[in-house]
Design a protein around this ligand. Structure first.
Ligand code: GTP
Ligand code: MG
Length: 512
């Protein structure tokens, strides 16, 4: 179970806070299960979002996982340089410096041997030097013509650190490591009353046929788009623009009837890259009708409108966020928005769940009995059974026929459910003793110990313990016990409050 850093409720109404605090106490199986589905083309940043969520919820990263990040970052670094060198050949860009050629040949022929997880130092050095070479920079400048990894500069700029013998990936390294997702991966964590299951899928074309298996019971859809893709080609199909692919995909997914009522979030990702790119390459390269120039805000709004236009019916709300998933604060902000929309959407479910959980808890303690012996030698049995709406029919006959004292303890004022507490005293003379309400002061001592036991064994918290805590030995007799004295052992609870019984409805205030 994950560590909670924020709650689903946010600054909502007091009622929501009450619901949340109640649900938080509930058992895990009673928690609300929210499946969140991340979709988007390959390399849009879905897994990066998940990594950030894991970090936000402080899900532990063990040593094996860290080692695998370290190994992957080494592989990514070598792969990225190999991609540049291959692109240079395709683009007929000559490496003029013989030293560069020599280093380039080293990299081309290098392959990780099995079980070797680190690039050798000489390979790292070659890559570092190649990255400084003007011809390699020319190849890099033409990157819109071939596929490459977005984190390429990050790997090359940090290579010295990666080569360190004691290298341990930082959080940022882990975020920037690229591991293509294959299949479906689910990350789970708790937030307040909600158990989240975030479903991440592989976004490349050959992975998408598996998506259908995740479409059921989705509470929110997060569609991630690589903004930088407006001037990039796809890994699977270098003739296809990544942004156009994303748009088509979005149209197919979001108009699927299964998501008609699913809150949808459009996460326009890699804003950091987009801000740089838009200064150099006009958006009209991808959208010929675009006329907004290099203004980032205008360009982003335009892209948003392109996605919005794909929606049918177009009045479906699309929650759009411009983010850089590499920065945790962006994901935190967006996730808070996701939660608050979910809270609004699921208010009814949350309230229903509250009632359901209470009902389950009530059933759990049905027929719970505790035997106790008080200091003055009175043996007592307390049986608690649920009473909802004071309906006497709900009380089993077996319970009713017993010679006992009934006490109604308000269990929850809001939903007006109560417990019938049946005090079954071994002392046969009990009725005469309690006929005088002033003598009742001696009873709470035994009640107190009984209730304490009961509370522990039934996992029921405060509401039931309020009454005995008020019933201190020297205090004036609380209303609860006054009602004791006037009740008839065989009387059904509903009649406690009838006018003929001369016992008025308890003042709930006194128990709160
Ligand atoms: N510069 C930058 N790079 C990012 C950002 N978000 C993700 N990346 C990088 O983009 C690459 C791809 O990200 P992933 O999260 O693996 O993409 P994905 O959508 O899960 O890809 P598939 O698993 O193939 O579907 C990684 O190297 C990330 O580090 C961002 O906001 N800025
Ligand atoms: Mg992935």
């Amino acid at each position: 179970m994950g560590c909670n850093t924020s709650t689903i409720a946010g600054p909502e109404t007091k009622q929501n806070e009450e619901v949340e605090s109640y649900l938080r106490q509930a058992n895990k199986e009673a928690m609300l299960d929210f499946r969140i589905l991340l979709l988007g083309a390959g390399e849009s940043g879905k897994s990066t979002v998940v990594k950030q969520l894991k970090s936000i919820y402080k899900l532990p990263v063990d040593d094996a996982e860290l080692q695998s990040y370290a190994a992957n970052i080494h592989k990514n670094t070598v792969l990225c340089m190999q991609v540049l060198l291959e692109a240079g050949e395709t683009l007929n860009i000559e490496l003029s410096n013989p030293e560069t050629k020599r280093r380039a040949n080293n990299i081309r022929s290098f392959q990780f041997e099995q079980d070797v997880k680190q690039m050798p130092a000489n390979i790292g050095l070659d890559i570092e030097e190649l990255w400084k070479d003007p011809d390699i920079q020319t190849i890099w400048d033409r990157r819109s013509e071939y596929w490459f990894l977005d984190a390429t500069p990050y790997y090359f700029e940090n290579i010295e650190r990666f080569l360190d013998e004691d290298f341990r990936p930082t959080e940022e390294d882990c975020i920037m490591t690229r591991v293509r997702t294959t299949g479906i991966s689910v990350t789970e964590f708790d937030d307040g009353p909600v158990h989240f299951r975030v479903v991440d899928v592989g976004g490349q074309r050959n992975e998408r046929k598996k998506w259908i298996h995740c479409f059921d019971d989705v509470k929110a859809l997060l569609f991630v788009v690589n903004l930088a893709g407006y001037d990039q080609v796809m890994f699977e199909d270098p003739s296809q623009n990544r942004m156009q692919e994303s748009l088509t995909l979005f149209g197919q997914i979001c108009n699927n009837p299964i998501f008609a009522d699913t809150p949808t979030f459009l996460m326009l990702n890699k804003k950091d890259l987009f801000e740089q790119m838009i200064q150099k390459t006009d958006l009209s390269k991808c959208f010929p009708e675009y006329r907004g120039g290099p203004d980032t805000k205008v360009a982003l709004e335009f892209i948003k409108s392109q996605f919005q236009a794909k929606l049918q019916p177009s009045n479906k709300t699309l929650n759009t966020h411009y983010i850089a998933a590499r920065y945790k604060k962006d994901i935190k902000f967006t996730w808070d928005e996701v939660k608050s929309v979910l809270l609004e959407e699921n208010k009814k479910i949350l309230l229903k769940a509250t009632r359901e959980i209470k009902r389950k808890n009530t059933q759990k303690i049905l027929n719970t009995s505790v035997e106790s012996e008080s200091a003055n030698g009175w043996k007592s049995t307390i049986t608690i059974l649920p009473v909802t709406g004071f309906n006497s029919d709900e009380i089993p006959d077996a319970q009713r026929s017993r010679s006992a004292i009934h006490v109604i303890v308000p269990y929850d004022v809001k939903i007006r459910s109560y417990f019938l507490v049946e005090l079954d005293f071994a002392d046969s003379d009990i009725h005469s003793r309690i006929s005088d309400s002033s003598k009742l002061a001696s009873i709470p001592l035994s009640l107190e110990s009984c209730f304490a036991n009961l509370t522990a064994s039934s996992e029921i918290s405060t509401p039931v313990t309020f009454a005995p805590s008020l019933a201190k030995h020297n205090e004036s007799c609380p209303e609860l016990h006054c009602r004791c004295s006037k009740s008839n052992p065989l009387m059904s609870p509903s009649r406690f409050f009838s006018s003929s019984n001369n016992v008025s409805q308890p003042s709930l205030r006194s128990f709160a």
